[in-house]
Design a protein around this ligand. Structure first.
Ligand code: DX5
Ligand code: ZN
Length: 216
């Protein structure tokens, strides 16, 4: 069964507690939290205080996706704020700092992940695979919800699944961007087992049915 992680980027921020409880009630598995700094991506979203606040109102795993420059500076604060999974981008810093950040995340008892923007080749993830609990393959340019799914990223997912089966078989693969009731199928067929859905979840006429479709 696949894991569905609705992204609160498409939630109503005035009613975040209501919307997170709604994610729980509809049977979803994780809550995906998009952190943007206006530097790594052109958008600014939410940060550490919101992760802390979410931690107080949900028992679901918080899947925190850092789209920020030099994330090593902040990983400890995000783990202490309540992240269960913490994803950093490999394009956001030098390799030695990315490795240090992954070690820090895991030493603090949190699950660690690296993410790849669409134009970053799958091979760029190879130095990090043994230090990861998950790899996030972006299926849109990071920064905004509601963009179109990039089907050509599925080749990257298949390559990473085959490689991970040899070097780190427990490692999950997450996809993020444009995942909806149609595109979810090819994601799972290609080897992804964690699917982020922002606008498709919040726009679904029957959210519980949508959650089941993605999970099965
Ligand atoms: C985009 C974010 C995504 C976003 C997905 O940069 O990382 O998590 O919320 O939104 P949809 O599912 O609408 O593409
Ligand atoms: Zn995301």
């Amino acid at each position: 069964m696949a894991i569905i992680a609705p992204s609160i980027l498409s939630a109503d921020f005035v009613n975040l507690e209501r919307d997170v409880h709604n994610i729980e009630e509809n049977g979803a598995d994780w809550v995906h939290v998009d952190v943007m700094d206006g530097m790594f991506v052109p958008n600014i979203s939410i940060g550490i205080p919101v992760v802390q606040a979410l931690r107080r109102v949900t028992g679901l795993p918080l899947d925190v996706h850092l789209m920020i420059e030099r994330p090593v500076r902040y990983v400890e604060q995000f783990v202490r704020a309540g992240a269960d999974w913490l994803t950093i981008h490999i394009e956001a810093d030098q390799p030695q700092n990315t490795l240090e950040a992954l070690d820090k995340i895991r030493a603090l008892g949190c699950k660690a992940a690296v993410s790849l923007k669409p134009r970053t080749p799958a091979e760029a993830a190879l130095p990090y695979l043994k230090k990861c609990d998950m790899v996030l393959v972006m299926t849109v340019e990071p920064g905004f919800g509601g963009q179109s799914f990039m089907a050509d990223m599925m080749e990257k997912v298949r390559f990473l699944r085959t490689t991970l089966d040899k070097v780190n078989p427990e490692c999950r693969i997450e996809v993020d961007g444009g995942v909806d009731a149609v595109t979810q199928a090819v994601c799972k067929q290609s080897g992804a087992d964690v699917l982020v859905t922002g606008s498709a979840y919040f726009k679904a006429a029957d959210r519980a049915a949508f959650v089941k479709t993605v999970q099965q």
